[in-house]
Design a protein around this ligand. Sequence first.
Ligand code: G3P
Ligand code: CA
Length: 248
Amino acid sequence: MQSLSVKQKMFRVIGHRGAAGHAPENTLASFQKGLEFGADMLELDIHMSKDGELIVMHDPRLERTTNGSGYIKDYTVKELKQFDAAKKFEVYRGERIPTLQEVFDFAKERATFAIEIKNCPILYPDIEKKLVRLIEKNDLVDNVIVIAFYHPSLKKIKEYNPEITTGILYAAGLVEPWSVAETVGADALHPEYDYTLADIIEAAHQRGYPVHPWTINSAEDMQRWIDYGVDGIASDFPDVLAGIVKNR
Ligand code: G3P
Ligand code: CA
C-alpha cells in the first residue's frame, strides 16, 4: 500500500461495500475480502441506531440483507447484533452488522475509507456531527472521504471540520458536476459511472476535482473508465480491478 492518506494523488481501488461480489456487503467478512483482494479504500454506508451509534449497512431497513425486519433506527446496537447479516451468503452465516467503530478498528491500519451517509436528514438529524467526532477520535481526518447524495450533509461536514475530504454522489448526468461540488465545498466527484465520459473527467481535472465513479463490475468497463482517466473506481469485485491496475 502506498499511503493511507486520501490527500495523496493515486489511483484508488475502492472495494464497494467491502467486496460485495464475494461476501455479505458491509460486513467485516466483506471488508476482509476487499483488503485481501487489493482494495486500498473501502466504501461503506452508515446509519444510526436507536442509541445513537453509527451502524454500517446499506439499507435503512433490515429485510434485504439480514434475517431481521424494520428500521435500524428502531433498534439499539445490542439488539441489532442479534441479526444475521449474511442472508445471501450461506457460507458466511453468523456475520453481524458492524458499527463504524468496529470497521475502523478492523481496517484502519490497512485502508482508507469512503464513508457514505445514508438517508440524512430524514432519519438521522445531525448524523454529520457524530461522524466527524468519530473520525477525529480515530485520528482518521486524512484517511477518509465522506460522500453523500444529500449534498447539504457534506457542507455540514466541512463546517465541523474543513480538513475532512468530501465527495458529491450523483446518479444522473450532471453537465457541470464541479459547480454542484463548489456549492457545498466538496473536493471530489463520485458519479454513477455510465454518464461520466472522458470529456467531463478531463474538465473536472482541470478544475482540480478527482473523479471516482461507481459501481463498475465488468473488466471491460473498468478498463474503459481507466482509459478515460478516472482517479479510482468503486467495484464489488476489487480483485478484478486490482488485477487490471497492476498490469497497466
Ligand atoms: O460509492 C457510491 C455508491 O455506493 C452509491 O450507491 O446505492 O451503492 O450506496 P449505493
Ligand atoms: Ca454506498
